[in-house]
Design a protein around this ligand. Structure first.
Ligand code: AMP
Length: 426
């Protein structure tokens, strides 16, 4: 299969050649022809599959074939959950549209709106946006969505996780009903299906097919440690293993900052990336990491989601995520491009209930050991006191709220399966 056989124009083929892609990825093979037929598409694909080109290329083709309206209203809206993803998509749009006469821009929060407004005033054919800033500028009358023909909801599952459902619905009420809809999501929960059903017309479902993908192996490991020993052990692994680059996940923003400072003090260049960092700081951290100036990127889940960081041999869970699905997203960050990778979790006694939840989700047991020279002495977390029934007064004052995200203790896992997790990849 070639990009040419997918029906893409010479200008787009030229740009694809320039960015250096030889063959379409499975999701591109499937999605591009269907999008070019102007059908609604429900695509299951996560970052790393080439999904962005899968929707950007046909959108560029569709818009460039139409007669260009004089005032350049937004004809395609690409909605995505995070600033980083938005910026990455826009980089793709710019690269692929190099030989076309189409304007595009990106808008997201966390920075002043002036430059974004100026771009919008110049007229843009393709707008990449995060929901909050888009609604904000729309409310101020600075952007019109009345001419959108192709609407993309990218990383729809993450959008819902981040609580954007209301914003998405509001935005959809601002764009014309007659339009083409493309929804991309890594997972298809009941909520995503409901959302898709609420606005898509007979969507064609496409997936990154496992058959065409090169299988890569992610080796997972758990090191059992006391909480206080984690940082020192991490530093030891990085130094002794001579790891060139590592992505480390932290549960909290403060934890990410603290760890990053500790690493810097020990001569390991690092940067923290999380929601409290300014957009500039996040962009710089990511750019530094991509260039290789930053050796360790310490990230929270939301900040890391969707980042296009190539080839990471090691991913470390300094803390385990509270939501088991996030573990799968995290470990998907290693072993890219057909290479094998290692996902290591540092687990203290407090984290054990989370391990159970993750193993249940994976359907396999993660090999676990106490590293040489270390002891686990922390007391396991106190079992939660039995709750008294809620009285009306307590309910109203919000006391005794159950902690929904806490993983309950599961039945012990029986079949001890220590196989490395195999991940499908193009
Ligand atoms: P995405 O899943 O869209 O975030 O893309 C992941 C990475 O794959 C990006 O760095 C793209 O530039 C790259 N990519 C996309 N399509 C192709 C292709 N057909 N061949 C090689 N690399 C690609």
């Amino acid at each position: 299969m070639t990009f040419k056989s997918l029906g893409l124009s010479t200008s787009l083929l030229h740009a694809i050649d320039k960015v250096g892609y030889n063959t379409p990825s499975p999701i591109q093979e499937k999605a591009i022809p269907v999008i070019l037929e102007r059908k609604d598409v429900l695509a299951s694909a996560q970052t790393g599959t080439g999904k962005t080109a899968g929707f950007v290329l046909p959108i560029l083709q569709i818009l460039s074939e139409e007669k260009q309206p004089k005032r350049r209203p937004v004809r395609s809206l690409i909605l995505t959950p995070t600033r980083e993803l938005a910026a990455q998509i826009q980089e793709n749009v710019i690269a692929y549209s190099e030989f076309l006469h189409l304007n595009s821009t990106v808008i997201f929060g966390g920075i002043k709106q002036g430059a974004q407004v100026r771009e919008l005033r110049n007229g843009v054919d393709i707008l990449v946006a995060t929901p909050g800033r888009l609604l904000d500028l729309h409310q101020q009358g600075l952007v019109s969505l009345a001419h959108v023909e192709v609407f993309v909801l990218d990383e729809a599952d993450r959008m819902l996780d981040m609580g954007f459902l209301r914003d998405i619905k509001k935005i959809m009420s601002l764009i014309p009903e007659r339009r083409q809809n493309l929804l991309f999501s890594a997972t298809f929960s009941k909520e995503i299906k409901q959302l898709a059903g609420s606005f898509m017309m007979d969507p064609v479902t496409v997936e990154a097919t496992p058959e065409n993908t090169a299988v890569e192996v992610i080796v997972q490991k758990i090191y059992r440690l006391d909480r206080a020993d984690k940082a020192e052990f991490l530093i030891r692994m990085i130094s002794e293993g001579e790891w060139r680059q590592v992505l480390v996940f932290s549960k909290t923003k403060h934890g990410a900052n603290r760890l990053s400072k500790k690493l810097d003090k020990r001569g390991i260049t690092s940067a923290a990336i999380h929601g409290d960092k300014s957009q500039g700081a996040r962009t710089n951290a990511l750019a530094g990491f991509k260039k290789g100036d930053v050796r360790v990127l310490v990230a929270t889940d939301i900040a890391a989601r969707g980042l296009d960081i190539p080839l990471l041999p090691h991913v470390i869970n300094f803390d385990l995520p509270k939501v088991a699905e996030d573990y799968v997203h995290r470990i998907g960050r290693t072993g890219r491009a057909g290479a094998s990778g290692e996902a290591i979790s540092l687990v203290s006694n407090d984290d054990l209930p989370l391990v159970r939840g993750i193993e249940k989700l994976l359907g396999e047991r993660i090999p676990s050991e106490i590293p040489e020279g270390y002891k686990v002495t922390d007391q396991p977390a106190e079992p939660k006191a039995k709750k008294e029934p809620l009285t009306r007064k307590k309910k109203e004052s919000g006391q005794n709220k159950p902690n929904d995200s806490r993983h309950k203790r599961k039945k012990p896992f029986n079949g001890a399966n220590t196989k490395p997790r195999r991940k499908k990849r193009r």
